[in-house]
Design a binder for this molecule. Structure first.
Ligand code: URA
Length: 242
């Protein structure tokens, strides 16, 4: 793990808020390599430096980045009074108090979902300005034509006047209910369904298969979760590097 602010690292463990951590540090309860610290913006490498609170070593797990093959029927939220959430179905060994889904998939949408406790990373992945295209496969009730493709590229306009950014559309087979691929760099509510609806098509099934160049791992069954590795993380931002 790289160097990070100590208050951010301690808060990322999920047991204390950032402001509680700051208070703790100001009170002199935290030591780094045996030295009392008062500066909560101090940067440390938790793999190399020993952090103690009230003399007790804390093991800092740092950030977690998970890939989930989201099933239909669960909501993308950390908690919900009525519905089962993606966090509820995370296997025990991956569970942490502070993790949240990166962006939102509808309850009936399946596929690639990233779950993390790193807010900055989540912002980079979801922010439309970062141009990270998300790829969806949708089964629709009718075929697409060249003017649909052009309309997506020019930016679909919703009825309320919201204009979508440039998006890409292509048909992947010639079934009665064809499979189409949609690539968008935004995450507006029901965006893919609404964009296709503007062109007169209903979505019968929707699955996200990629974020940037990170594809849903075909070895992951529905509901399953695995850690992202460094190559996975690079793949998300690959287009940005060019
Ligand atoms: N667009 C949608 O319509 N639904 C999703 O779940 C994701 C993108």
């Amino acid at each position: 793990m790289s160097v990070e602010r100590i208050d951010k690292l301690l808060a990322s463990q999920g047991t204390k808020s950032r402001s509680d951590v700051k208070k703790l540090i100001k009170s002199g309860a935290v030591t780094v390599n045996g030295e009392k610290i008062k500066d909560f913006s101090m940067k440390i490498n938790p793999e190399k430096e020993e952090v103690c609170i009230y003399g007790k070593p804390v093991s800092i797990a740092g950030y977690v980045y998970l890939m989930m093959n989201k099933p239909a029927g669960v909501v993308c939220a950390t908690r919900d009074k009525k519905e089962k959430t993606v966090i509820d179905i995370i296997p025990e060994e991956f569970r942490r108090k502070d993790i949240f889904p990166v962006g939102r998939l509808d309850k009936d949408t399946e596929g690639l979902l990233i779950i993390t406790n790193d807010g900055e990373f989540a912002h980079k992945v979801t922010s439309p300005e970062k141009n990270i295209y998300k790829t969806y496969h949708a089964v629709t009730d009718s075929s697409i034509n060249d003017s649909d493709i052009e309309a997506f590229e020019n930016g679909i306009m919703f009825r309320d006047g919201t204009k979508c950014r440039k998006a890409f559309l292509r048909q992947l087979n010639d079934e009665t209910n064809p499979l189409v691929e949609v690539r968008i760099c935004e995450g507006m509510f029901h965006q893919v369904k609404k964009m296709l609806a503007v062109r007169g098509k209903n979505v019968l099934y929707l699955k996200r298969i990629a974020i940037g160049k990170l594809y849903l791992d075909s070895a992951l069954n529905k509901n399953e979760v695995r850690h992202l590795n460094d190559i996975d993380k690079l793949n998300i931002f690959l287009d940005e590097l060019h």
